[in-house]
Design a protein around this ligand. Structure first.
Ligand SMILES: [Mn+2]
Length: 241
């Protein structure tokens, strides 16, 4: 089993590195070891674009994802910016969506479990249930102009989340703690890392100005690795907490 996990492409926003992301997806078609691709949320950004039009605008990306589905398993875990996707599955079986969208996901690899969550859960904490309908509404009513009026939401997570990043990482650590055979993989913060214990992984982002950028995680045999597309492996390990 070889899993590649990626998050926070924010397709539909001006700063999305969609060309590089599409190139990356195409390279996966030639990876004959690869068994699973996990999209961990905020792949499309419905807070900036029309919630249905965004798929018409990104048919190229969706086409490559469909090509990948003929060869490997593709999973899509919803993030806060594409939370509306969870609503689609309620309409089945009358409508046949090309993917099943999930709130979280576990994949078993021998003695190890890989757990995937987008990570807004760790930002919202106890407010999560309160935020769920709000994330749904945001996917429908938000737009670039409205976000600009609100101000704060418009800035990228590396700016916006700076102050609560320690809290987010602490909650992620608590979620992963005491589960020796599990690796927790999340995104949302646009801050890619693997911790020293190698049981907590953040997949980073594909958004301009983030640094490092265009990052993805590879999971094989219960071991995570982090790479920059077209660049180097990120080998340093962060102490969390
Ligand atoms: Mn997010």
């Amino acid at each position: 089993m070889k899993v590649i996990a990626v998050s926070d492409v924010h397709l539909g926003t001006v700063k999305s590195n969609e060309v590089a992301f599409n190139e990356f997806l195409v390279t996966l078609l030639d990876d004959h070891q690869l068994t699973d691709l996990v999209l961990i949320g905020d792949i499309v950004d419905m807070w900036h674009r029309d919630a249905s039009g965004i798929f018409l605008e990104n048919m190229g990306t969706m086409g490559i994802i469909k090509d990948l589905q003929r060869k490997i398993n593709v999973h899509w875990v919803a993030g806060n910016h594409d939370y509306h996707l969870l609503r689609l599955k309620n309409r089945a079986p009358h409508f046949h969506y090309p993917l099943e969208f999930k709130e979280d996901l576990e994949l078993r690899d021998g003695d190890h479990t890989y757990r995937f969550m987008h990570g807004h859960e760790f930002e919202y904490g106890s407010e999560l249930d309160f935020m769920k309908p709000i994330m749904e509404v945001y996917c429908h009513v938000m737009s670039d102009s409205l976000l600009m009026m609100i101000g704060n939401f418009h800035s990228g997570p590396q700016t916006r989340l700076k102050e609560n990043l320690p809290d987010i990482l602490k909650r992620a650590y608590d979620e992963a703690h005491g589960k020796p055979d599990q690796i927790l993989v999340f995104g949302h913060t646009h801050d890619p890392f693997i911790n020293k214990k190698e049981n907590l992984v953040n997949t980073g982002s594909w958004v301009q100005d983030d640094n490092p950028v265009n990052t993805y995680a590879v999971l094989t045999g219960g071991r995570p690795r982090l790479f920059t597309f077209g660049g180097e492996e990120i080998k340093d390990r962060r102490k969390i907490p």
